[in-house]
Design a protein around this ligand. Sequence first.
Ligand SMILES: Nc1ncnc2c1ncn2[C@@H]1O[C@H](COP(=O)(O)OP(=O)(O)OP(=O)(O)O)[C@@H](O)[C@H]1O
Ligand SMILES: [Mg+2]
Length: 259
Amino acid sequence: MDYILEMRNISKTFGEVQALRRVDFKVARGEIVGLLGDNGAGKSTLIKIVTGYHHPDPDGEMYFKQQKIEHLSVAQARRLGIETVYQERALADLQTLWRNIFMGREMTTQLGFLSVKKMRKETEKLMVGSMGFTSSAVIPDSVIKTFSGGEKQGVAIVRALHFDAELIILDEPTMGLSLSETKKLLSFVRDIKEADKSCIFIDHNVFHVYSVADRVVVLDRGAVAGELMTKDITLEQLMDKMYRVAQTGHLNGNGPDAA
Ligand SMILES: Nc1ncnc2c1ncn2[C@@H]1O[C@H](COP(=O)(O)OP(=O)(O)OP(=O)(O)O)[C@@H](O)[C@H]1O
Ligand SMILES: [Mg+2]
């Protein structure tokens, strides 16, 4: 397997709280991994370690594309192609779509001037080709403020893919989205796989996770309770298993109805 991310024996303690205990976690290239677990299970903590925001306790090991990573910083994580899409902080609200796409990576002419024309044109291509914005109301000069939460995240995902992100992380991306926005967002997530890039997808809604993830990893009180391939299981079975995790702390607990 071509693993883009490998985490071994990752623990994280905040004072008295052990947020993660001996977590092993992997993401393959072109794979969407759903991360499930109750409130406080450690999902956000785990991805904050991947993005360099938190540092794990000393025993753990992390590899990105088979390279051992030590003292990962947020800047280094971004350089490696690890992108997090935040619903609220994804984009600059008062700026235009094209400026948002190229923010920090502006195209310039040979003389070093901004190539506004080129950036507008490229944005138009992305809008039609990748974002599926067919509405005539959306043009490269549209101001982001008018976009829905789902569209904003879609733009951020398209931007990340355009600039060769290797691993895109979404933590509760459907929170506060309408049904149709959620649908759109889930299709953006599938585009990540289509582009042969990887994704970690966190959502409390098991249905959302099931509908996009290749593999689901369940965390329970900071530990991995188990994992399974979505193709091997129905949504109902997955939901049953989630109830079992809540009761026993394991995916395959020996409850009366254990599989
Ligand atoms: N910076 C911090 N300082 C102290 N404790 C923290 C910190 N961040 C997280 N925790 C604790 O670690 C545990 C795991 O939190 P985390 O945010 O990772 O859970 P989560 O699975 O993302 O939950 P949710 O589904 O509610 O977002 C919780 O008990 C939380 O209170
Ligand atoms: Mg969280």
